[in-house]
Write a protein that binds this ligand. Structure first.
Ligand code: FES
Length: 266
């Protein structure tokens, strides 16, 4: 027997609506349908004005993050069947709610303005800054560095952690979990020459010390990452003297000494 689902979508067009409102659509539930498939079907067959973002459909681009049953979710990889009746806002039988990410201005329907998100990302200079003089052989990494980088590299910048964070909700100057996770990635990267500068960048009232460890970011991350732990680690590192330690510290010292020796002979 065919099962139908009520999809309750928060709609808002700032040109015509005073405030967001809920609109219901009914679609058929099938085994293989994702939440994104449901949105595509509604747009194609019922309401062409419905607006949402998506691109890769494979949990890579991060553009389809939105709230499904009040949880930050990547809709392209979430089966519709998995979220029907899972205790959403309305908790009604055969119902799913879909809303835009919270705490960010709505451009239209499910599309939010991520400017603040990208500005904070840019603020931590997330790109690699390698030394002028590189080692003759390959860079060597400790197991701890490898594991830390694997974690942070997996982040697809979908904004789910950012928009789940209560600190972001109250303070748009807060760097946010995404930016500090990328800072962590660079601090742990043996090829980067400015880890101390990066620690200074996040060691302030809008950085690691503003995090309240509410840990919503862990729950929200569709990749299972732990930005809260990365932020706590950065906070601890930034409080220590001799913050960059061990083999890495020795490599850094050697690179600096080599650079100084090279510049004094030129
Ligand atoms: S469409 Fe790219 S992550 Fe969902």
């Amino acid at each position: 027997m065919t099962q139908t689902v009520t999809v309750k979508i928060k709609r808002y067009n700032p040109d015509t609506d005073k405030k967001p409102y809920w609109k219901d659509y009914t679609i058929e539930l099938t085994e293989d349908k994702t939440v994104l498939d449901a949105l595509e079907e509604i747009k194609a067959n019922q309401d062409g004005s419905l607006t949402f973002r998506r691109s890769c459909r494979h949990a890579i681009c991060g553009s389809c993050a939105m709230m499904v049953n009040r949880r930050n979710t990547l809709v392209c990889t979430t089966p519709l069947k998995a979220v029907v009746n899972d205790g959403g806002l309305f908790a009604a039988k055969n119902t799913v709610t879909i809303e835009p990410l919270p705490y960010l201005p709505i451009i239209k329907d499910l599309v939010v303005d991520r400017s603040a998100f990208w500005e904070q990302y840019q603020a931590v200079k997330p790109w690699l800054m390698p030394p002028d003089v590189v080692p003759e052989k390959e860079y060597r990494m400790s197991q701890e560095e490898v594991e830390a980088m694997e974690q942070a590299e997996t982040c697809i910048m979908c904004g789910a952690c950012y928009s789940s964070c209560p600190v972001v909700a109250g303070n748009k100057n807060y760097l946010g979990p995404h930016a500090m996770l990328k800072t962590f990635l660079r601090v742990m990267d043996p090829r980067d020459q400015v880890p101390e500068e990066r620690l200074d960048m996040i060691a302030n009232a809008n950085g690691a010390f503003r995090c309240h460890q509410v840990v919503n970011c862990i729950d929200a991350c569709p990749k299972g990452l732990n930005p809260a732990k990365a932020i706590a680690t950065l906070g601890k590192m930034s409080l220590r003297s001799g913050r960059i330690k061990g083999e890495r510290a020795e490599r850094m010292k050697k690179l600096i000494a080599d650079a100084e020796a090279a510049s004094s002979t030129n």
